[in-house]
Design a protein around this ligand. Sequence first.
Ligand code: AMP
Ligand code: TRP
Length: 329
Amino acid sequence: MRIFSGIQPTGAKHLGNYIGAIREYVAYQERGDAFICVVDLHSITVGHDPRELRDSTVSVAALLFAAGLDPERSTVFVQSHVPAHAEAAWLLGSVTSFGELRRMTQFKEKAERQEFVAVGLFTYPVLQAADILLYDTDVVPVGEDQRQHIELTRDVAERFNSRYGETFVVPRVEVPEIGAKIMDLQEPTKKMSTTGGTEQGTVLMLDPPDVLRKKLKSAVTDSGREVVRGPGKEGIANLIEVLSVATGDKPDAIEARYADGGYGDFKADVADAVVELLRPIQERYQELRGDPAELERLLVRGAERARAVSAPVLERMVDRMGFVRRPSG
Ligand code: AMP
Ligand code: TRP
């Protein structure tokens, strides 16, 4: 089984990214062949600082390895190192309709926040479809917010297959059962995000332990004292999910354990669990960041493997679409 997912280099990675996505990539390594792409071409669709992009691209790659992606088994690579992505996106742009893209909720949300709405922001999901389809992907693990983009990818793949003949594997989306949408700790009706959320409510994967504890202990809850999920209890429900993922205990078991013991002990335990969850990742991250030559070597190897797998798929597309065969070399 082939899995593919992408993660943007810009914006500090947070607990939602870890729980909804990165942790899943690591788990999938046991079941199949994982391609994880640092999508720098996607990050230029909103205003960006070139120097920051370069640094954060390497930093996110280091974080992926630190979180447990094993370079022997998985392919972690940088999107712009494989030009086939941009080329395939151009081809797929003619198999995607304006109307489809206009319906994308992420585009609408992001466009609202921009003074300059780039065409690239509008066609972002086409590049995402290219990413996925170039690897004959079976499964795309993502958080809930990406579901619509993967549905579009499926539609585009099916349309291409019916217009030009069987070319693509039609991938399926998988969102985790617990943690597909981690909420902001201060505004628990909004998803955790470095662009749309609050600073205090966004737990960064690289926050030091005292900052993690402070953010988690000051999470907004409700005026009750029952540790249960339910209407009006978004804050508590979110913390139950976080604790469940951090400890491996089922949400039901957590509810039973804390029952109506009040929120103080519960929040302190969530804080401890998150500190312990992130501690080893933070340590490995620091080690890796201290060895830029090794990181570069890993990314060169990732790009080679990614090129080898995507090149024949791009060839297939070019051929089916009727372009004159390319001179080799
Ligand atoms: P991004 O950093 O925007 O590229 O997102 C990387 C991955 O994290 C994607 O699969 C997202 O769906 C996932 N993700 C982002 N925010 C959250 C969140 N608050 N809860 C769960 N997953 C998330
Ligand atoms: N759009 C995704 C996000 O914002 C990132 C992404 C780019 C992606 N290409 C992908 C995710 C391919 C899954 C598969 O999180």
